[in-house]
Design a binder for this molecule. Structure first.
Ligand code: MG
Length: 394
């Protein structure tokens, strides 16, 4: 059944030719034709009659709403010149074999495929005499699409041959355009992928940066949580934590731990006399001096209370702890911080209470603290500026 096209209704059946689903029509005027580019057909032939006959046969033909335009060259030389400027949008070449030489047409085929690298253009070889026909090897070796004797080319044959070639050209072009679109899409996807990768890298770098900042902030928070603001040694919270930890650890190891509790003598008098700022400075100096005496990484000095400090000495006997206490007292003495309100010296001095114990899990960690506290009390009550050792009489 014929498709219904209102534009063709008034034409006689002889004026309409339908091939497959493509539309070919003979028409002098068609309003849609002007918007599309013409099919370019190049005739390369040294016989002017062939040009005229071909154009006459195909005049006023449109294929898929596109007119046919003819380009003419009358020798192989002219043909090459014309191809140079027009091969990219020429759909079909009707090519004579014998022109300047017997194989001039075949050389043009070679030129188109190999030098111009045009694989899309359709080529139909034509020859005037059967005797000039290329042998089988030529058809096999040269990329041609059809071969016709000129005497075979009636109007109907020419039309069928030309339309079949145009359809083939259109199909090849469609595939080529789709290939190009796919290539563009692929390129676009690769760009997107590249951008995504870049974005991911930037994001990862940012996350790493933020993570590092967060870790720094956490470290700083932790430091603030365990450091005494005034003296910059460990605070009471850190003391409690570390003492508990060492107590348990050395209970398992059955090794001694020593604790020295230290009080600055007559510090309230010092504060009242020299002022709070001087009092704060004094505490800072004392803390730093005690720190300087401790040289093992496991030893810890903490600010225990107002003017009280505590020193934790893991793996330390009473004898070792006593030596440390003496060294601390000597260090403070050598600081020579004047203290006119002290009743025991002309400078800042310390009272120290020492306890040493091998921790037991069934004992409270506070036991040893109480022992050191008793020793400190003893040192104070015996006149300050001295150290006392707790003797466990029980
Ligand atoms: Mg010829």
């Amino acid at each position: 059944m014929l498709p219904t096209n209102p534009k063709l209704h008034n034409q006689s059946p002889q004026e309409r030719v339908y091939l497959s689903d493509d539309m070919i029509c003979f028409s002098d005027e068609d309003p849609e034709v002007t918007s599309l580019q013409d099919w370019k057909i190049m005739i390369i032939d040294d016989e002017p009659d062939v040009h005229r006959a071909t154009q006459l046969a195909l005049q006023n033909v449109t294929f898929e709403n596109r007119k046919l335009t003819f380009l003419s060259a009358y020798s192989a030389k002219e043909g090459k010149e014309l191809l140079a400027i027009a091969h990219t949008d020429t759909a079909l070449v009707l090519l004579d074999i014998v022109m300047e030489t017997n194989d001039a047409g075949l050389r043009i085929v070679q030129h188109i495929r190999e030098e111009l690298k045009n694989r899309q253009i359709r080529i139909i070889l034509r020859t005037g005499h059967p005797g000039e026909a290329p042998d089988e090897s030529v058809i096999l070796n040269y990329d041609i699409n059809d071969y016709k004797l000129k005497i075979e080319l009636t109007r109907q044959n020419l039309l069928t041959t030309a339309i079949a070639a145009l359809r083939s050209y259109r199909n090849i072009n469609t595939i080529e355009q789709q290939r190009l679109k796919l290539a563009q899409t692929l390129q676009h996807l690769q760009q997107v992928q590249f951008q995504l990768e870049e974005y991911t890298h930037r994001l990862e770098a940012k996350v790493a940066q933020r993570t590092a900042a967060l870790e720094n902030a956490n470290r700083e928070l932790h430091r603030l949580a365990i450091v005494d603001d005034l003296t910059l040694v460990a605070n009471r919270r850190r003391f409690d934590e570390y003492w508990q930890q060492q107590w348990q650890f050395l209970a398992h190891q059955q090794q001694p731990i020593s604790l020295i509790l230290i009080d600055v003598d007559y510090f309230k008098h010092y504060n009242d006399y020299y002022g709070h700022q001087a009092g704060d400075e004094c505490l800072w100096k004392v803390a730093q001096a005690i720190s300087s005496v401790l040289n093992r990484p496991t030893d810890l000095i903490a600010r225990y209370g107002g003017e009280e400090f505590a020193v934790i000495l893991p793996y330390t006997s009473l004898n070792g702890a006593t030596k440390v206490a003496e060294a601390i007292a000597a260090e403070i003495y050598s600081l020579n911080i004047p203290h006119h309100q002290s009743k025991v010296s002309d400078r800042v001095t310390l009272s120290l209470g020492i306890a040493c114990i091998v921790p037991q899990l069934e004992l409270s960690p506070k036991t040893a603290i109480a022992f050191a506290d008793k020793a400190l009390y003893q040192a104070k009550s015996q006149g300050r500026d001295r150290h006392c050792v707790y003797w466990d009489s029980g």
